[in-house]
Design a protein around this ligand. Structure first.
Ligand SMILES: Nc1nc2c(ncn2[C@@H]2O[C@H](COP(=O)(O)OP(=O)(O)O)[C@@H](O)[C@H]2O)c(=O)[nH]1
Ligand SMILES: [Mg+2]
Length: 459
């Protein structure tokens, strides 16, 4: 493990009230002692842990900035090393100057996520918790913050500890049998072994099913607004956002690119995508827009098909309605309910379930709330009501836990088929390894590099 002292600017670079520089490592206080002049007559080495000190950062005799310094001594710090946070004035120049003073005094510029990596390597948090810090930072709604914070506290880790404990116990029982075989016992398994495996499989199943909802809360769903030109797609996006985000005109073909905006529907982030209207196009740019719209229609989890209530259905509408046939999540929105209605509503009602059709006016906002309710009920129709026991698993974690589950299924089969005990022991060892790869107990440097490179510098 690297044992040097690292430093970084931990707040965004830009103009702000304050900006923070973090230092962590064995030399943190020696470096601080050279660049910080506290207002009170106290040496850095005498400052107690978890104390805050007012003073100045100095370069020789020159005052650089007026600061507040917070000390957190090992092991009670983020990294479990000696740490200091220098709260400077937020501005590029003061921050960069203070950082360069730290570097001149032999601190090293931290790599992305290196503070968190140290927290992990020093055993303060496991890898799941380290990864959840990013999830907290990127939370899209309060609900997603809730599940990330629980994960950071160790909610998901505790499940894995439980799984690991059972697997380790099973393995040691089996190894005892291998080591001290009694003639009649060699091929037999203790009767509760199967039960213990079953218990772990069902715990993993429950985690995986809760993870489905967790993913929706954490990452949200994509809802593509589609429809012929001038149906009111961009107006609908603006109505969701209650602001003029997209350009709305009476000129067909106004929206050429794809706009994404996230809205919060009962805690679920819904990424609403406004696409170009579907119509026959001549220009290359508009054609690209239309192609993208069709692509989104294929890949979005939900389709909001906007129809113009003030006009009769045309061939583009019917084409789009045709596309819905192989989609399970869609809502037909009859827009412009404030104008006289000319659309063939009967035609639609004959072909689509009543609860998938909704009239509204994107212009006045009437009906938007009902649409949001409908979107939410479609989401939970797919995954069940949100209850608060959701977990979010990233792809790495989900992949490993599924691999562990597959091994347990194999073990279950092997027990049923009375396969020799040493094969089962091997499967158990691999399953434990999978669990350890999730928590980071057993992980390669390369994977760690990959995980922490996604963090900001200074985190
Ligand atoms: N009266 C009325 N006009 C609307 C409504 N929604 C959109 N429009 C108008 O329809 C035209 C096209 O709207 P726009 O949102 O750009 O449609 P898009 O091409 O589907 O994105 C604009 O002139 C809007 O003002 C509505 O609910 N009522
Ligand atoms: Mg538009």
């Amino acid at each position: 493990m690297k044992n040097d002292t690292i430093c970084a600017i931990s707040t965004p670079l830009g103009i702000s009230g304050i900006g923070i520089i973090r230092i962590s490592g064995p030399d943190a206080y020696r470096i601080l002692g050279r660049i910080f002049r506290p207002a009170k007559n106290i040496q850095v080495s005498e400052m107690p842990s978890h104390s805050v000190h007012y003073g100045h950062i100095i370069d020789g005799k020159k005052i650089i900035d007026e600061v507040l310094v917070t000390l957190m001594k090992k092991p009670k710090s983020y990294t479990r090393e000696d740490m200091a946070e220098i709260g400077c004035h937020g501005g590029l120049i003061p921050l960069k100057k203070v950082l360069s003073l730290c570097l001149e005094n032999n601190a090293r510029q931290a790599n992305a996520g290196e503070f968190t990596r140290r927290a992990f390597l020093n055993g303060r948090i496991d890898l799941i918790q380290a990864e959840s810090i990013l999830e907290v930072i990127y939370s899209k709604t309060e609900k997603s913050l809730e599940i990330s914070s629980k994960k950071l506290k160790g909610y998901f880790s505790s499940h894995l500890t439980e799984i690991r404990d059972v697997l380790v116990e099973l393995l040691s029982d089996i190894e005892a049998k291998i080591e001290f075989p009694e003639e009649e016992d060699i091929k037999k398994y203790s009767p509760d072994m199967l039960l213990r495996i079953e218990k772990i499989i069902s715990l993993i199943n429950s985690i995986l099913s809760r993870a489905g909802k967790g993913r929706i809360i954490q990452q949200g769903i994509n809802a593509a607004i589609t429809g012929k030109s001038n149906a009111g797609k961009s107006s609908l996006l603006n109505a969701f956002l209650k602001e003029e985000r997209a350009i709305v005109t009476e000129i067909p073909g106004t929206t050429r690119d794809v706009l994404h905006e996230s809205i919060n529907i009962n805690g679920v982030p819904v990424n609403v995508i406004d696409t170009a209207g579907i119509r026959k196009v001549k220009g290359r740019i508009e054609k690209m827009g239309v192609d993208k719209a069709l692509e989104w229609m294929k890949k979005a989890e939900m389709i909001l098909l906007v129809l113009d209530g003030n006009r009769k259905l045309n061939k583009y509408d019917t084409q789009l309605l045709e596309h819905l046939k192989n989609k399970s999540n869609y809502i037909l929105i009859i827009n412009k309910s404030d104008l006289p209605q000319k659309i063939e509503k009967d035609y639609l009602e004959e072909r689509f379930p009543e609860n998938r059709i909704l009239s509204l006016s994107a212009k006045t906002g009437k009906g938007i709330n009902s649409l949001e309710k409908k979107i939410y009920s479609l989401i939970i129709e797919g995954c069940g009501e949100i209850q608060g026991d959701e977990v979010f698993l990233n792809f790495r974690q989900e992949g490993k836990i599924k691999e562990a589950k597959n091994l347990l299924l194999k073990i279950r089969e092997a027990i049923a088929a009375e396969i020799t005990i040493d094969i089962i022991a091997e499967h158990l060892k691999t399953a434990i390894k999978k669990v350890d790869e999730i928590t980071g107990r057993d992980i390669s440097e390369e994977i760690l590099d990959n995980i922490f490179s996604r963090f900001c510098v200074g985190k």
